[in-house]
Design a protein around this ligand. Structure first.
Ligand code: NAD
Length: 341
């Protein structure tokens, strides 16, 4: 029988790229999304890449009964990937209850559905924000989890605890927590990519919109950090590499009986890159000049963080393969396609 995977939030940025990788690996994604931060046209882009229309159900993933109905209509779902969440850090400070309600209710509903529908695998989209401002870089999965600095970050920490408690209490499936670093880029075909709404909060969408003339100037927050060029350092991971980690996680839970019931993995490149390096590389590979200036530090930004991704390599057989140059080219190609729309 076909192995189907329920992809909650599958029309979003990371979910859509993961659907491509799942299908290429022989899985059949079943997408559920309430379109709160995505568009149904993403299905057209996916169809152009994959060559088939993926099944899509418009539903709120908090709604357990709706999810069970979908599982009945789609026999053969063996696992769930939970991308469905609100993700804007700043907004979460202004609307904490909305973030706790959506992100935690979705998680609990999906865990209950995984149990009731006898699934075998559950992947959760976690984040390197759980490590906060870690003293030692790179961070490993053993690096202590620090108190969250925003309601959004707190939803990730609480979610990890909820999943761990549920698994320890005997849930009949395995779970993997993927702690993403900073996903950037787009599918090389430029048929899917990130769709920022309003003023982008992340660096790359802002860089692209500035290069495209939509924004006047990029503001780099802080050039007096204790880093080689004074700007913040992050671990930027290509979205296609990140998507592939989900396939490896599902493979492991379905195929490796002796694997622990719950595991966490860092999904990053292992290389810290500064904001200024991103800007310079973006300019170089795309032959552009980007207007930018330095602004004071932004509250809540940590100075530096990058991953030690060895566990993902040793256990999942996963590592980042795309170069930063290629990723930044794909980012700009996607922006140009967005302009044509
Ligand atoms: N993008 C990042 O930088 C990043 C970093 C670390 C972790 N994450 C996590 O990865 C996941 C996916 O992130 P993304 O960047 O693809 O975000 P996204 O907003 O592009 O995708 C999330 C999708 O979930 C949907 N959704 C939200 N609430 C829902 C609900 N109640 N029911 C059904 N659908 C719902 C949205 O419509 C959207 O399509 C999120 O959990 C996010 O917190 C993202």
């Amino acid at each position: 029988m076909e192995k189907k995977i329920l992809v909650a939030g599958g029309l979003g940025y990371i979910g859509s790229h993961t659907c491509v990788q799942l299908r290429e690996a022989g899985y059949h994604p079943v997408i559920v999304d309430n379109l709160s931060n995505s568009e149904v046209s993403v299905l057209d882009g996916l169809e152009k890449i994959i060559g088939e229309r993926l099944p899509f159900y418009e539903a709120d993933c908090q709604d357990k009964e709706a999810l069970i109905g979908i599982c009945k209509k789609e026999p053969g779902i063996v696992g769930i990937i939970n991308f469905a969440a609100y993700k804007a850090v700043g907004e979460s400070v202004e609307k904490p209850l909305s973030y706790y309600r959506n992100n935690l209710n979705v998680l609990i509903s999906l865990l209950e559905v995984a149990e009731e529908c006898r699934m075998k695998a559950f992947v959760f989209s976690s984040s390197c924000t759980v490590y906060g401002e870690a003293e030692i870089q790179p961070v490993t999965e053993e690096t202590p989890i620090l108190p969250a600095t925003s309601p959004y970050g707190n939803t990730k920490q609480i979610a990890e605890e909820i999943i761990t408690d549920a698994i320890h209490a005997g849930m009949p499936f395995k779970a993997i927590l993927l702690r993403y670093f900073n996903p950037i880029g787009a599918h090389p075909s430029a048929m899917i990519g990130e769709l920022p709404r309003g003023v982008p909060q992340n660096l790359l969408p802002y860089v692209c919109q500035t290069a495209a003339g939509i924004r006047k100037e990029l503001k780099i927050f802080g050039n007096d950090y204790d880093t080689p060029d004074g700007t913040c350092i992050r671990d930027y991971i290509d979205i296609n590499d990140l998507a592939n980690a989900h396939v490896k996680a599902i493979d492991r839970m379905l195929e490796v009986k002796e694997a622990p019931n719950v595991e966490a993995f860092n999904i990053g490149t292992g290389r810290g890159v500064s904001v200024l390096e991103i800007v310079k590389t973006f300019e170089k590979v795309n032959g552009l000049t980007l207007p930018y200036s330095f602004a004071p530090r932004r509250e809540g930004d940590i100075e530096k963080i990058w991953a030690d991704p060895k566990k993902a390599l040793n256990v999942l057989g996963w590592k980042a393969t795309r170069s930063l140059d290629d990723t930044l080219k794909s980012t700009w190609k996607w922006q140009m396609r967005l302009q044509e729309k």
